[in-house]
Design a protein around this ligand. Structure first.
Ligand SMILES: [Zn+2]
Length: 65
């Protein structure tokens, strides 16, 4: 299969989709149990990162930004 920049790989598509679901301007808001109220991840333990935050960090990392 020829490599082509114009054909998105499934991984690139997944990252682009992820980009649609996470919003830089929508910060986490943790309650006193450690859950993120903003994004609905209420079962997080204190000190755990919200998956939303992790997704943003991951996108930044893979895009070298
Ligand atoms: Zn969050």
């Amino acid at each position: 299969m020829p490599a082509s920049e114009s054909v998105p790989t499934p991984l690139k598509q997944a990252l682009d989709l992820l980009d649609c679901f996470v919003d830089e301007g929508d910060p986490c808001s943790f309650d006193h149990h450690g859950g993120c109220q903003t994004h609905g991840f209420l079962s997080l333990k204190p000190g755990e990162l919200c998956p939303h935050r992790e997704a943003l960090d991951l996108l930044r990392k893979v895009r070298g930004a």
